[in-house]
Design a protein around this ligand. Structure first.
Ligand code: DX5
Ligand code: ZN
Length: 236
């Protein structure tokens, strides 16, 4: 099952509760929350107090993507604020294994994120402990950037590793996912599809979520179809 995760980075920050409610009406079950500290990435967004307010405004799953230095320091605060999933960057964690354990100990689902320049193979030893791996398909920091196509190879590689080691983590993709690129990420094997600009860019998060979800589900249907032996027979 594929899911579109609206990223509130592209929403109106003065009306976050309304923006999340719009995404929910459009069918969203998970909201992607981008946390930036101005050090790990060249932008500043929000932190635990805003997550706490979002928690009061919605029952949807809050997927917090931490683009911050020293994420360990803030894990208790995100737990307290009501975050459900917390992802940390491989590039920001000196002791990634400990950090992932720390997130789980605080009752949240741990995930690891890799920047475009980081290889999937560095993650092999921690794959059994994560709820999902987040593949960045842009350099993190801003919404509305262009999709980097080699992210597709990383998604395929993660899918292979999941099969090889008989694991069941999800594969999330973030950055430049829109109506043009969504079919390719679904076909590569991603099931959690973050989208900011494509959902909120036109100022209507409900329609944005609904239309992009439809595109994702259509692509997933086609991806399944392509794998059926009879479909292969038909095509040849
Ligand atoms: C970028 C963030 C993304 C961002 C994606 O650093 O991690 O979640 O919102 O935005 P779009 O979908 O516009 O590329
Ligand atoms: Zn993100």
């Amino acid at each position: 099952m594929v899911e579109v995760l609206p990223s509130i980075l592209s929403a109106d920050f003065a009306h976050l509760a309304d923006e999340v409610a719009a995404a929910e009406r459009g069918g969203a079950k998970i909201i992607h929350v981008d946390v930036m500290d101005g050090h790990f990435v060249p932008n500043i967004t929000l932190g635990p107090p805003v997550v706490k307010s979002l928690r009061k405004a919605t029952k949807l799953t809050l997927d917090c993507h931490l683009m911050i230095e020293n994420p360990d320091q803030f894990i208790p605060d995100f737990a307290e604020a009501g975050a459900n999933w917390v992802s940390v960057h491989y590039e920001a964690c000196r002791h990634l294994h400990r950090t992932l354990e720390h997130i789980r100990e605080h009752g949240m689902e741990p995930a690891v994120v890799i920047n475009p320049a980081t290889r999937v193979n560095f993650l092999i030893d921690v794959l059994p402990m994560v709820h999902h791996v987040l593949v960045m398909s842009v350099n993190p920091g801003f919404g509305g950037q262009k999709f980097i196509p080699f992210a597709l190879d990383k998604i395929r590689r993660l899918k292979e590793l999941r099969e090889e080691y008989r694991l069941n983590f999800h594969i999330e993709v973030d950055g430049g996912v829109d109506h043009e690129t969504i079919a390719s990420v679904v076909e590569a094997g991603a099931d959690l599809l973050v989208a900011g600009n494509a959902v909120y860019g036109k100022g209507d998060g409900e329609t944005g979520t609904r239309e992009l979800t439809l595109a994702a589900l259509t692509a997933a249907g086609q991806a399944r179809e392509a794998k059926k032996p009879e479909a292969v027979g038909k095509a040849s």
